[in-house]
Design a protein around this ligand. Structure first.
Ligand code: ADP
Ligand code: MG
Length: 404
């Protein structure tokens, strides 16, 4: 049974450290999508209203285990303060003097945010002792731990795993909500059940396909993963994203899909571009001739083509359960956002449960003007949701008492 906040007993006056996933997209220091901050509010408000001294911790991006202004949580502290309608003390370090004095200065119902966890080597260390040592320093700040960063529960990291072992710990409201939705997807999803995969973390996501195939009716592949599949089918893909060492694995997936009767749907066309930039020249090409002139082997696929987008939309709209993770193209460049936009629209038209998961995917649908109300659920977790759907056991949930 997942331990929830109730399991922590009376809250008033306690110091509670809360792991949130405030890893928001930034552009030139400005937050472009604050969805993950908003998603953290339910738990934080509940604790604050109960008179807790709240210490929030999070990572942001992938800094190199050392302080780096480009990955500071300072802009997040400001946005969080606006959304909560109360001051948020920002500590310019994570376990140093600044953090200690921020925590010491907290009154009941007050809140502090510590600097980026990943400025510290211990946070993501593979070495157990190193991780534990960092977590112990965080643990000194608090009487209890609430884990609410759903986007990181698949990671065995200091602030996800070790901290939960060191302090009385419980899941926050966001994790409870996310789990509720994902359980609806895994326990007898209404059929047809379609999963759509895209995005850039190709090697991460290729791995989940094997486990998802037997569970779904259709698996649609877009985004950067497309080109490894197309190459496995013998197409040339130019300078598109390609995991050359995964070609055999991918051939195996294609064979397995056929064998078990799952529809594995690949793009039939792509938007090829002269380079990776917003104003690159671009043309729609059928997948058999991605390397056509004028760019030849230098061309790169930055979006699914319009015919593919239509086909994907048809499959999605005919489904009763849809989970989507990963943009269909480089949606940050308007010229390559159409595939993602068409897919997003199709998800809003599903008669059944539609779930969008992943930081960038969620940012994309909000950029198109959609809100939570347009989907069954917008999940803050991409990788975490996928691993859950695969049936993997997630360390950050297990440590809170949850069992699959
Ligand atoms: P999520 O955060 O939703 O889990 P990812 O982080 O895996 O998604 O991927 C998001 C990124 O994938 C976006 O920044 C997008 O630009 C990129 N992307 C999508 N399609 C392509 C492509 N064909 N080539 C390169 N990058 C791509
Ligand atoms: Mg992402």
């Amino acid at each position: 049974m997942l331990r929830t906040i109730e399991s922590l007993g009376p809250l008033g006056g306690k110091r509670i450290i809360v792991r949130c996933d405030l890893n928001v997209p930034l552009e030139g220091g400005a937050i472009t999508d604050d969805g993950r901050i908003r998603a953290s509010l339910t738990t934080l408000n509940e604790l604050l209203h109960a008179g807790v001294k709240v210490i929030v911790i999070s990572h942001l991006g992938r800094p190199d285990a050392a302080p780096d202004a480009a990955y500071s949580l300072a802009p997040v502290a400001q946005r969080l303060s606006e959304l909560l309608g109360q001051p948020v003390t920002f500590a310019t370090d994570t376990i140093g003097q600044a953090a200690r004095s921020a925590v010491a200065g907290l009154g009941e119902g007050e809140i502090a945010l510590l600097e980026n966890l990943r400025f510290n080597k211990g946070e993501t260390a593979k070495n157990d002792a190193e991780r534990r040592e960092f977590a112990s320093k965080l643990a000194e700040f608090a009487d209890a731990f609430v884990s609410d960063g759903f986007g990181v529960v698949h990671r065995k990291q200091a602030s996800v795993w070790d901290l939960a072992e060191l302090l009385p710990s419980a899941a926050g409201r966001l994790i409870e909500t996310e789990l509720g939705v994902l359980e609806r997807l895994t326990e007898r999803p209404e059929r047809p059940y379609t999963v759509v995969l895209g995005g850039a973390k190709v090697s991460d996501k290729l791995g989940v396909i094997e486990h998802l195939l037997p569970k779904v009716d259709s698996l649609l592949i877009g985004g950067g993963m497309t080109y490894t599949f197309l190459a496995a089918q013998g197409n040339s893909v130019g300078a598109s994203l390609l995991e050359a060492d995964q070609l055999d694995t991918v051939k195996g997936y294609l064979a397995k899909a056929k064998e078990i009767g799952v529809e594995l749907v690949l793009p039939v066309d792509a938007v090829m571009a002269s380079g990776f930039k917003a104003d690159a020249d671009h043309e729609v090409r059928p997948v058999e001739s991605l390397e056509a002139a004028p760019w030849g082997a230098a061309g790169m696929g930055l979006d699914i083509g319009p015919q593919t987008a239509q086909e994907f939309a048809q499959v999605v709209k005919a489904s009763r359960t849809v989970f989507w993770n990963g943009p269909m193209g480089v949606f940050e460049f308007p010229a390559f956002a159409e595939g993602t936009r068409t897919l997003a629209k199709a998800l809003t038209e599903v008669r059944g449960l539609s779930v969008v998961g992943g930081g960038d995917s969620a940012a994309a649908v909000r950029e198109f003007g959609y809100t939570e109300a347009d989907f069954g659920h917008i999940s803050t977790g991409g990788g975490a949701s996928l691993e859950f759907l695969e049936g993997e056991s997630l360390p950050g949930l297990e440590v809170l008492g949850w069992q699959s």
